[in-house]
Ligand binder design. Sequence first.
Ligand SMILES: C[S@@+](CC[C@H](N)C(=O)[O-])C[C@H]1O[C@@H](n2cnc3c(N)ncnc32)[C@H](O)[C@@H]1O
Length: 243
Amino acid sequence: MTDLRVANGPRRGEPAVSNAIAQSSETMRTETVASAYGRWAPVYDLVFGPVFRRGRAVSIQAAERIGGRILEVGVGTGISLPGYDKANRVYGVDISEPMLAKARRRVAALGLDHVEAIEVMDAEQLDFPDASFDVIVAQYVVTAVPHPEKALDEFARVVRPGGEIVIATRVGAEKGVRKVIEKTLMPVTQRLGFRTDFPWERYTDWAAERRDVRLIERRPLPPLGHFSLVRFEKLAEPARAAA
Ligand SMILES: C[S@@+](CC[C@H](N)C(=O)[O-])C[C@H]1O[C@@H](n2cnc3c(N)ncnc32)[C@H](O)[C@@H]1O
């Protein structure tokens, strides 16, 4: 494991942990994340395949309750694509070309003709008109993008009214030792392309700012309940502002 004292260079007499926490402010950049996943691509399925298997299955099940045209953001190596019923049309986008190269090979090898396209695209700047999809699926992605709320805004823009945003996500601990550890690890994990510290309030605060989305579900996911399935509905009629 990386020695945080070396990685973060505390001043003499300063505890390593507090120094790491101080530097855990968000410094992620899209290019850094893209190159981190370029490095993950050759081993991604081996390392993260089994660990998120259940979460992916649950997300797909949730997405298919609506079904139709589905956008999977951060589709990566396309590991989830064979899990969708072929009655749907799935559009996969991701910021990392090496991850997508694996996805394209998978689509060809398995004859996944329900996959409409696989394209490099930034979750924070989706190149689709408003209301283009019935469902947006984002599995283990929101905590990897530099500006998660910007990505969530894009999901809400490209999903149709009455559609859903289905997210499998890490949610940080609210207090205690786990929270300290998660904050401490942030400088290291951000360089690897993800956050360990991601408070639940980022989702609820985001939804509270908008009148066109409603949180409809949060369900714990394995491993260890550190992850959740989160579903938002895009309202057919935006809620009225409070008087
Ligand atoms: C932890 S992986 C999850 C991959 C896949 N969804 C899964 O279930 O295993 C995160 C993915 O998000 C992608 N990603 C990170 N930032 C992104 C962004 N700004 N726009 C689109 N994809 C992004 C990464 O390239 C990577 O493929």
